[in-house]
Ligand binder design. Structure first.
Ligand code: EPZ
Length: 430
């Protein structure tokens, strides 16, 4: 069993370079299924979710060639197998994008229900509604999403999403690019990765208008051709390191970011007394004084991202005064709170609201990463805490953060990965 061992209390100094965006990569890679020819995709993050989605494409018969550490060539011209392997699909949320991509390309898809972080109910009814509006028959049974178009090719449809859904917006976009006629998605999500997927598809010959607004129009085209595309930097990875500097203190230049995508995070950190300087493709984050309390509510973009909620909670645990955190996207995203309490945090949760009473210091403790962003938040708390924190369940963190230990150690954090014998792990778990 591997864990992160963190000796807290060291301010962070230096620079960190941000990798490509996980939630863009896991949609853009399946989108290559729609393309006739070679897609060269650059700025791919080295994280386990990306490895998994590439593996799934390979199982389907895609020809995948690694060009360098962050670039792959994907050729899906000769896909021979359309059965998505259960063992791989169930491990990753983004496997649902295979439904839109396979349905758009072949008029038929059978994909195991996806996995991913446990954040309460994660229904896919809006994805299904979109596919049905384009003429597909969709059946969710025996753990499979089975979708089929009677005529073999989807027809443009119109769908109004009942709630703003990132996954449904992207999946419907994937299905629609090769459909006959125009598809309109209303109440669409506007996250940077929605725009990135649209830019990728357009650069391969698709005709998508309005991505980044709440109405997206997709005029179907006959074929997509190969090309080269570079994935945007990861907004949430950058935000996580911004929160780490806010909690631990210090002065760090966070490079290879799009500062505009960080505005929603920057605004809250500034309210909390953190200095954030925006440069062309970097932000400099400094904190030496006290952390001020504030209230945060998570919302779809351009609101404060739910995927930053646990990390900002780690900072608020150390603020002067009481803060109110409201989760506006997921039903259950406070499973990490008990772990924070083990470190001395004062947090009360009632439904979607957490009341955090700041304490002067957290103390190191053994804690468990119960999901990806909660795990990142445990690391942030550990960096700021007095004493040693050991975080287990780190496979969750490695799903979405490239070289987290190396990047933090590079700015002076005392963090390393340790391996403990399984017997020790069992007796601790007991
Ligand atoms: C994406 O999940 C991200 N995952 C999540 O990031 C992120 O938290 C979420 O968007 C919101 O930003 C990926 O991109 C792989 P949604 P997704 O559809 O698409 C409800 C991370 O840490 N809903 O926008 O699955 C749903 O229950 C992960 O990187 C329906 O009711 O999220 C939720 O309350 C965790 N029916 C809300 O909409 C549907 O058909 C938003 O979900 C779809 C969604």
């Amino acid at each position: 069993m591997t864990k992160y061992h963190i000796q807290g209390g060291k301010p962070l100094h230096g620079s960190i370079t941000i990798s490509g965006a996980k939630n863009a990569a896991v949609a853009i890679i399946p989108a290559a299924l729609l393309v006739d020819g070679v897609c060269r995709i650059e700025n791919i993050p080295q994280i386990s979710d990306v490895t998994l989605i590439l593996q799934i494409l390979q199982e389907l018969g895609a020809d995948i060639r690694t060009v360098n550490r962050t670039t792959v060539d994907i050729d899906c011209s000769h896909i021979r197998n359309r059965q998505v392997p259960y063992e791989l699909a169930r491990k990753i949320r983004a496997s649902y994008y295979l439904v839109g991509a396979l349905l758009g390309r072949f008029g038929w898809a059978e994909v195991p229900l996806p996995g991913g972080c446990d954040l309460g109910g994660r229904p896919i009814d809006q994805h299904v509604k979109g596919f049905v509006s384009m003429g597909a028959d969709v059946d969710v049974r025996s753990g499979l999403i089975c979708a089929k178009v009677p005529g073999g090719r989807l027809a443009g449809g119109q769908v109004y999403l009942d709630m703003v859904s990132v996954g449904a917006t992207m999946n419907i976009m994937l299905a629609a690019v090769l459909a006959d006629g125009m598809t309109i998605i209303e109440n669409a999500a506007k996250e940077p990765h929605i725009v990135d997927l649209a830019n990728f598809l357009n650069s391969m010959g698709a005709n998508i208008m309005g991505a980044g607004t709440d109405v997206i129009k997709i005029r179907g085209v006959k074929q997509l051709r190969g090309g080269t595309y570079s994935i945007i930097p990861d907004q949430i990875e950058a935000g996580t390191y911004m929160a780490a500097v806010a909690a631990a203190g210090g002065d760090v230049l966070i490079q290879n970011v799009i500062p505009k995508h960080l505005d929603c995070i920057t605004a809250k950190l500034v309210e909390m007394g953190v200095e954030v300087e925006e440069l062309d493709d970097a932000v400099r984050v400094r904190r030496s004084g006290p952390i001020s309390r504030t209230n945060v509510k998570t919302m779809p973009y351009p609101g404060f991202p739910t995927d930053m909620q646990p990390q900002i909670a780690a900072v608020l645990c150390l603020a002067n005064g009481t803060s109110v955190l409201t989760e506006g996207v997921w039903d259950s995203r406070y499973r990490y709170v008990d772990e924070f309490r083990r470190m001395g945090a004062h947090i009360q949760v009632d439904g979607k609201v957490a009341v955090i009473e700041g304490v002067p210091a957290l103390t190191g403790a053994p804690v468990h990463a119960c999901d990806l962003r909660a795990g990142a938040a445990m690391v942030i708390a550990g960096l700021a805490a007095q004493g040693v924190t050991e975080v287990d369940g780190i496979y969750h963190i490695e799903r979405g953060y490239e070289n987290l230990v190396g990047k933090l150690a590079g700015v002076g954090a005392d963090i390393r990965t340790i391996t403990v014998p399984d017997e020790d792990a069992k007796s601790q778990a007991g």
